[in-house]
Design a protein around this ligand. Structure first.
Ligand SMILES: [Zn+2]
Length: 352
């Protein structure tokens, strides 16, 4: 395993960020290759600790000559966002300089050719330079996994509809609870940019049936525990074995996914009708009926009639809820995966 530390030049004089990258060449040029990154939103750590738990498995497999395909791992993909602190609180989602989400505005290339990306000496902001660099590192891999997390949630995947159901084995091997299928545009998120050049190709050449691109939401932002990290690492390893990147006859891989699968337009975001303190009556993983009591907002504490109840707009599955308990009017309270299209379905990405 080779380690490189790549430099991302910052936006002010004398400032540069370090991006450690781990590379395994693989023993067979024909075997599928894999790219895994975590914490593109700088402060999302469940994927980081999953990678930390995965690395000893990769080192052992490499020492035994079992890594067949090329593997590239970026445990902390966003050193810029990871270092944005405001009064002690981490701000890893949006770049403080450009105000742009780190998982939007990736370059959409016409073909998977790194020479189409801007060169490092082209004048541009550091967040743009980071995005071009990550895309360059990932281009050419058959499997691209981008590990994120939600506020509070189950483990779930965003999968491009062009790759489903061919990716059902991946969801099963990773052990996630749900899969959300998306199509069209998502604001040029990393997953969209990773798949885009292949959607432009003739279908036979693109080999979509063997391609894996997904945004992995490893539960909630505080779900950073050794046992969960170990289970997630086992899931990632099982996926790599299942897809032939690693040879390991001791691992039993799965083919069929038995969790929740729904298109993204079935998701009800359920906004808060008023500001106040949130009392949740449901948690991620719950199944609810239309009209179920999701939350109470305490709008005017101590007043008769100071509570406002929020109900499920349709039957569904609670995918996530918010970490915070102080809501503003209009803030989303939960992601509910409905059994039918949401009356309030949003196009593109669900969140800013
Ligand atoms: Zn994220």
């Amino acid at each position: 395993m080779k380690k490189t530390v790549e430099a991302i030049r910052g936006d002010s004089e004398g400032l540069a960020y370090e991006l450690p990258v781990y590379h395994v060449a693989g023993t067979s040029a024909d075997a599928p290759s894999a790219y895994i990154q975590a914490a593109l939103h700088g402060d999302e750590l469940p994927g980081v600790v999953a990678i930390d738990a995965l690395m000893p498995k990769l080192r052992k497999a490499e020492a035994e000559g079992r890594i067949r395909g090329r593997v590239t791992v970026v445990p902390r993909a966003n050193p810029i966002g990871a270092n944005q602190l405001l009064f002690g609180a981490s701000q890893g989602r949006f770049d403080l300089g450009t105000r742009i989400n780190y998982n939007r505005d990736f370059p959409l290339l016409e073909r998977p050719d790194p020479s189409l990306l801007p060169a490092v000496d082209v004048p541009m902001t550091a967040d743009k330079r980071l995005k071009a660099h990550l895309l360059k590192l990932s281009l050419g891999h058959d499997i691209v996994l981008d590990l994120h997390c939600d506020d509070e949630g189950v483990a779930y995947l965003y999968v491009p509809e062009a790759l489903w159901p061919a990716m059902a084995d991946c969801a099963a091997n990773m052990g996630v609870d749900a899969v959300i299928l998306w199509g069209g545009q998502s604001g040029s998120s990393f997953d969209e940019a990773s798949l885009h050049p292949y959607l432009k190709m003739p279908r036979k050449e693109a080999r979509l049936e063997s391609r894996v691109v997904t945004t992995v939401e490893y539960r909630g932002v505080s779900d950073v525990y050794s046992d969960i990290a170990e289970a997630d690492a086992e899931g990632l390893y099982r996926l790599l074995v299942g897809r032939g990147v690693i040879a390991d006859t001791s691992i039993e891989t799965k083919k069929t996914f038995e969790g929740v699968v729904a298109p993204i337009d079935h998701i009800e975001m359920v906004p808060a009708p008023c500001a106040g303190a949130i009392l949740y009556h449901v948690k991620p993983g719950d199944t609810v009926k239309a009209g179920a009591h999701l939350a109470t907002i305490i709008r005017a504490p101590g007043e008769d009639g100071g509570r406002v109840d929020v109900f499920a707009p349709q039957d569904g599955y609670i995918l996530t809820r918010r970490t915070h308990r102080a809501t503003r009017a209009g803030d989303d309270l939960v992601k509910l995966v409905g059994t039918a299209v949401s009356g309030d379905a949003r196009s593109g990405a669900l969140e800013a």
